[in-house]
Design a protein around this ligand. Structure first.
Ligand code: IVH
Length: 679
C-alpha cells in the first residue's frame, strides 16, 4: 500500500528532526535530547521507510547506519585535482613563503592577511552536493582519481546529508579531512582489546582503514568525523577564504573551531605557537598548521606550482613518529635489576632529535607487536616519555627477519653479571638477582645517587660512573667520598682540572637534605615524592630505618608495596653499612628536625592532593610548576595511580596521560592548574 499523505509528511518531519539533533550533537557539540528519545524517533522513521520504501530518500538519517557491502569501490575522477601542500619546517621557510607572496602581490611587510587553520592529521576526501543534496564522495587517491566511498561517507555522523540555509549553489564540491577524534580513538582501541581484535596504531591509520571498508556497517560503527577546509571550485561570491569557510559552516558543514585570520609573518608565527601550545587540548591529532593567503583574488593571482598552490603552505610540527629498521635487540639492566629489551635502530630523526634506540618494554610487548630483528618499525617519541617502538610495518618485513625471545637470547642469566634471572610473581618484567654484585645495577645505582634530584654531584654521569666501576675504583656511593686526585688521574680523559671539579662537586654534595638522601638510596618504589613524604613524616633518618611496616604505612601515600620495599632495603646489612659510611664521610642535612614537629599534617590548601606533571607546559617549566604545587602543600608524584588527584598535561604528553584516562583521573592543563593555585 502506498504511503498516505500523513505518513509522507511524518517521514519528512522525522528526517528533519533527527538531522537537527544529529547536527546539534555532532557538529555543534550541544546535544538536544536524551539518546533514548533519539532512538525512538529513529526507529519510527525506519519502520515507516521499510513499510513504504518510496518514502526513503538519499538524505534520510537512516542511511547513516550503512547498507549492503560492495564487491569493490568504484573510481571517481576528480573534476578539479586534489593537490597537496608544500611544507615548511622552520621559521625561515615560513618567512620565505611570506616573502614570495608579498613579492608576487607587490604587498608591503606584515600586510597580507592569512587564513590560518590546523592541519588535520587524517585523510583527504571530497564531497559533492547537488542542489544541496550529498550525492557522491571520494578519497584523494593519486590526486586525479580516487575511490568512490559515498556510502561510507554517508555514515560519518557530522557530514550533512543535505545542506541547510540560503544561496546554496547548484553544485558544490567540498574538500576536507576525515579523522577520528583522540578520545574516540582510545575508546575504539579499548573496544578492540576487549574483542580480542588488533589495536590501531594511531587515529590516522584507524580513520583510513575505517573509511576504506567495503562493508559500510563497519564504517558506521567507527567514530569518524569530517572537517571542511576548502572547495574545489569557487562558485560562491565570497571575497576571502575565511568568508568561504563561514559560508560552509552556515550551510551546516563542520569547520575547524581554531581557524583564524592573522596579519603578516608575525601573525603566522604567533598562530603556530598558539596552536602548538594548545595542541594537546585539541580533540583531534594535528601535524601542523596551514596558512592560506586570505583574499581569493590574491590566491588566483598567485596560482599553483606543480602540484601545490603558491598561496598556501603547511607549517609542520616536528614529527613525533617515524619509520626505521631494527638492527639488533639488546638488553639493558636497570638500577633495580629490571631487564629491558631495547631496539637498536638505524638512526632516524624524530621530533627534533636523532634516535638510535627505542624501548621494547618487555618480552610480552615484543610478542604482542611481533617485533623481529630486521623489521621496519614505527618509532614514537613524545614529551618526557622514553622513545618506544609502536608497531611493525608488516609489508616491509624481510624474509630473514629473526623472531626474538628475551630469555633465550640471554641464556637465562643477566647479561651484565651472569646472575640468575627471575620473573617475580605479578610482574611482566625479568629481573637480575645479582643486586649490587651486578656491575650494571651498581653503575645505575651510583648514577642515580649522583643525579640532579638526589645528591646532585655535577659532572658525575653514567659514563664516568661506568669508568670508575670498571676500573674497580668505586663500588658503593660511600667510595665516592674516598676519591682523591691521584686515583682520578689514572682515568682516561680525566685532566687535572676536571678531577678538581669533580672532587669539589662531591665535597659540595655532602650537605644535602633528608629527602634527597632518602631518594638517593635508590630504594625500590621510593621515588622523589615518596622520599619527601618519608622525610616530612619521620623528620630524621634513624626512625625511618627502624620503622616496621605498620609504622611506615602511617605515612600518607605509603601502602604495603612501598612499606615492604623499605623494609627489604633496611634488612640488608650492606645497605645499612653504606649509609653508615656515608654519614661518617660527612654527608649531612641541616634540616633535620625532631619528628614531633614535622609529624603533624603539612599545612597548605593543597595538602593531601597529589599531582602528576606530564608533557611540555606552555609557560611553566616542570620544576616551577612543581615548586608552586609543593609550596601549597601538594605532592608531585612521578607516576599516575588511582590515588592521583590531577594529571597536568602539556604538549606531547604520552603514556601518563593515557594512564590517567584509563584510570579516570582528572586531566587538567596549565591554565586550569594556575586557576587552582590562585583560587
Ligand atoms: S588545504 C590545494 N587545509 O594536508 C591543497 N589541507 O599536505 C589544499 N590538510 O591533502 C589543501 N588540513 O588532506 C588544507 N586545513 C587544511 C588541511 C589540509 C589537513 C591535508 C589535506 C592535504 C594535505 C596536504
Amino acid at each position: 500500500m502506498p504511503a498516505s499523505r500523513a505518513e509522507a509528511e511524518r517521514a519528512a518531519a522525522l528526517r528533519a528532526e533527527i538531522e537537527r539533533h544529529n547536527r546539534a550533537y555532532y557538529v555543534l557539540d550541544q546535544p538536544t535530547i536524551p539518546d533514548a528519545e533519539y532512538d525512538t524517533l529513529f526507529r519510527e522513521l525506519q519502520t515507516l521507510e521499510s513499510a513504504h520504501p518510496e518514502l526513503l530518500t538519499a538524505d534520510s538519517p537512516t542511511q547513516r547506519i550503512g547498507g549492503a557491502p560492495l564487491p569493490e569501490f568504484g573510481k571517481l575522477t576528480h573534476r578539479v585535482p586534489m593537490l597537496s601542500l608544500n611544507n615548511a619546517f622552520s621559521e625561515e621557510e615560513v618567512a620565505a613563503f611570506d616573502r614570495r607572496c608579498r613579492e608576487s602581490l607587490g604587498a608591503a611587510e606584515d600586510s597580507i592577511d592569512y587564513a590560518v587553520e590546523p592541519k588535520f592529521d587524517g585523510l583527504a576526501v571530497t564531497l559533492i552536493y547537488d542542489r544541496g543534496l550529498f550525492v557522491q564522495g571520494a578519497t584523494r587517491g593519486d590526486g586525479t582519481t580516487g575511490e568512490d566511498v559515498t556510502q561510507n561517507l554517508r555514515t560519518v555522523r557530522n557530514i550533512p546529508l543535505h545542506l541547510t540555509g540560503v544561496q546554496i549553489p547548484a553544485r558544490l564540491e567540498v574538500r576536507g579531512e576525515v579523522l577520528i577524534p583522540r578520545r574516540d580513538f582510545e575508546r575504539l582501541n579499548a573496544q578492540q582489546r576487549e574483542l580480542g581484535g588488533r589495536e590501531f596504531v594511531n587515529p590516522r591509520n584507524a580513520a583510513a582503514g575505517s573509511l576504506r571498508q567495503l562493508d559500510p556497517k563497519i564504517t558506521a560503527a567507527r567514530p569518524l568525523r569530517f572537517f571542511a577546509y576548502g572547495v574545489a571550485e569557487i562558485t560562491h561570491p565570497a571575497a576571502s577564504h575565511s568568508e568561504l569557510m563561514d559560508q560552509l559552516s552556515a550551510w551546516g558543514l563542520p569547520v575547524a573551531g581554531e581557524r583564524d585570520v592573522v596579519r603578516g609573518l608575525t601573525g603566522l608565527l604567533g598562530y603556530y605557537a598558539r596552536i602548538g601550545a594548545a595542541r594537546e587540548r585539541l580533540p583531534y591529532d594535528i601535524d601542523g598548521v596551514v596558512y592560506k593567503v586570505n583574499r581569493l583574488a590574491d590566491q588566483e593571482q598567485l596560482g599553483f606550482v606543480a602540484r601545490a598552490p603558491r598561496f598556501a603552505i603547511a607549517h609542520k610540527f616536528p614529527a613525533q613518529e617515524a619509520t626505521t629498521r631494527v638492527l639488533a635487540i639488546e638488553v639493558q639492566v636497570g638500577r633495580t635489576g629490571a631487564l629491558t629489551p631495547v631496539a637498536r635502530l638505524a638512526p632516524v630523526f624524530v621530533g627534533g632529535v636523532t634516535l638510535t634506540n627505542a624501548t621494547l618494554h618487555n618480552q610480552d610487548e615484543i610478542a604482542r607487536k611481533d617485533v623481529r630483528i630486521g623489521d621496519t618499525v614505527i618509532v614514537r617519541r613524545a614529551g618526557d616519555v622514553i622513545p618506544e617502538v609502536v608497531a611493525v610495518v608488516p609489508e616491509l618485513r624481510p624474509q630473514d627477519a629473526q623472531p626474538y625471545d628475551l630469555l633465550a637470547a640471554i641464556g637465562r642469566v643477566c647479561p651484565a653479571c651472569g646472575s640468575r634471572v627471575e620473573r617475580p610473581e605479578d610482574e611482566i618484567i625479568l629481573r637480575c638477582t645479582g643486586g649490587l654484585y651486578c656491575p650494571a645495577q651498581r653503575k645505575r645505582s651510583l648514577a642515580h645517587f649522583a643525579s640532579r634530584l638526589a645528591l646532585d654531584i655535577e659532572g658525575l654521569g653514567e659514563k664516568l660512573v661506568g669508568q670508575l666501576v670498571d676500573a674497580g675504583i668505586v663500588r658503593t656511593p660511600a667510595d665516592l667520598y674516598r676519591l682523591d686526585p691521584a686515583t682520578l688521574a689514572g682515568l682516561e680523559r680525566m685532566g687535572e682540572k676536571s678531577a678538581g671539579n669533580l672532587l669539589a662537586a662531591i665535597e659540595k654534595s655532602k650537605q644535602t637534605t633528608l629527602s634527597r638522601f632518602i631518594y638517593a638510596l635508590g630504594i625500590r618504589n621510593v621515588g622523589e615524592a615518596t622520599a619527601k613524604d618519608l622525610a616530612r613524616h619521620f623528620g630524621r633518618l634513624e626512625p625511618l630505618l627502624a620503622a616496621d611496616e605498620a609504622q611506615l604505612m602511617r605515612v600518607p601515600e605509603v601502602g604495603p608495596v612501598v612499606a615492604a620495599s623499605i623494609r627489604n632495603f633496611c634488612a640488608e646489612a650492606h645497605n645499612l653499612d653504606v649509609i653508615e659510611q656515608l654519614l661518617a664521610a660527612g654527608v649531612h642535612w641541616p634540616d633535620a628536625q625532631p619528628a614531633a614537629v614535622v609529624d603533624s599534617a603539612p599545612l597548605g590548601k593543597l595538602a593531601g592532593k597529589s599531582f602528576v606533571l606530564t608533557g611540555t607546559l606552555p609557560s611553566l617549566t616542570r620544576e616551577a610548576a612543581k615548586e608552586m604545587i609543593e609550596a601549597l602543600g601538594g605532592r608531585v608524584a612521578g607516576s599516575v595511580s588511582k590515588k592521583t588527584d590531577f594529571v597536568v598535561a602539556g604538549a606531547d604528553a604520552g603514556s601518563k596521560l593515557e594512564r590517567a584516562r584509563q584510570l579516570g583521573v582528572a586531566v587538567i592543563d596549565e591554565a586550569q592548574l594556575l586557576e587552582i593555585l590562585e583560587q
